[in-house]
Design a protein around this ligand. Sequence first.
Ligand SMILES: Nc1ncnc2c1ncn2[C@@H]1O[C@H](COP(=O)(O)OP(=O)(O)OP(=O)(O)O)[C@@H](O)[C@H]1O
Length: 502
Amino acid sequence: MTSQRHTTQRPGSTVVRCRAVARRFGSVPALTRADLAVDEGEILALVGENGAGKSTLMRIIAGEIAADAGEVSVDTAVGLVRQQLSTVPGLTVIEQIALAAPAGGRVDWRRLRREVTELMDSTGLEVPLDTQADRLPVSLQQRVEILSVIHRGARCLLLDEPTTYLTPHEVDGLFEMIRGLTPTGVSAVFISHKLREVAAFCDRVSVLARGETVATFDEPPFDLAELGRAMTSKTAAVDPGRGRSHRGDRGRARGDHDGTRHNRMRLRAGSALAVAEGEIVGIAGVAGNGQDELVATLTGLRRHGAFAPVLLDGRDVTSLSPWRRRRKGVRLVPSNVKQAAVAAEATLADNLLTARVDPRYTRRGGWLERSEVDERTDDCLRDYGVVATGHDQLAGELSGGNLQKFVVARELAHDASVLIAHEPTRGVDFAAAAQIRRRLDRFAEGGGGVVLLTSDLDELLELSDRVHVLYNGDLSQSFPAEELSVGRLGELLGGIDRGATA
Ligand SMILES: Nc1ncnc2c1ncn2[C@@H]1O[C@H](COP(=O)(O)OP(=O)(O)OP(=O)(O)O)[C@@H](O)[C@H]1O
């Protein structure tokens, strides 16, 4: 497809320009012909399916990696907020920001603190400056990165999915702040899979598909359907099964196993949370209200008294290690897949192997059946449409969304009985998100139990049978999902009228 660009006269000079940029990683062509122009004072959205090359283009503009071909000119100070967090273990937030600050002699801590406090006031992005950054929930770590880049004096912000961990309120705050800066000539490139955010906040949209710029939309309002079509224009047909499933229909299908809902398999935290076979139990809550603690307690990573004991199949498994729980079928999609679910330097096949306990992988005598592992890995990649070269590719080389799909595939593969899914569609494009939702649904229909923690309220209501609200470390009673709406959930999330806590 030829690149389409409808130019209009815009004020402000162009501060970043890329023409016909190409870049390969080994045999993988990440970019084939990317064009991009960012003008002073504008917010440009960069959209595209998982693996389209968005992050690669940002890394080239930021000077982290070089292009193989094409022209790149950058006439301003750019600051990249990466998809993957770069929190340095052991440092406090203010130390982390000092580390990223422009070099030059000793740090004037007083001044730094004053500047960052002012920045927090003006952006509404609050963080505790004296807390160790790696102990903060990922949502706050993301805020630290954004503050750090702005504090460093970047005039063109390259924001690679900066809103994945932010609440809608924080997203509003972030854009209000950037809008406040644009009259002074600051510009931003904003990568997001949430087209609603793109439509609400951006001046222009550039679309990448399979490494090539296929369209640029210059005038809001943007036609989201047309945007979606441009994004998928170079890939196979979008899955026709996309769209909402209906809880009622699904419930009936599940009940039809044999007319009853089995309680054979249960995971239970205290008396509050119980997940039966065939059930998806949603946990709603603003990040930082105890989600990480709940997930850690359910999976055995840590024990938080408020949620223990944990029962599986009616037996107390509170003292079982995460590994032994895995052997009993408890699986996890963590909220930060890249850091917590894979070894980036290992191949996908090795990542499948180390995460699973499967007798099929060993011959008699304990020898590893390598070809079986490789085949299973390729099955996962194929089933979930993961863009990868094959089982031998290193996990760290996958794009963010493709890695997410791989981890969901791995965790849901055979022998899973309970899945703890924490933001399972984070960072994936809309077609892949719909596919992951269908897989969760199908897993439940097949008798699995799912604990779903997601900040996407539509997703929560679409998938869950019942919903608990987590607020300030307390789980509410559960509400049947069909009695809830996004508006009602919003009230519950804010702690208004939460119903009795269990
Ligand atoms: N360091 C690397 N080594 C090998 N392949 C890579 C590397 N970085 C990126 N790729 C590949 O380049 C392609 C583009 O990746 P990129 O991360 O730019 O996509 P993206 O559009 O940002 O995707 P997402 O929306 O999933 O974040 C992918 O196929 C990816 O696997």
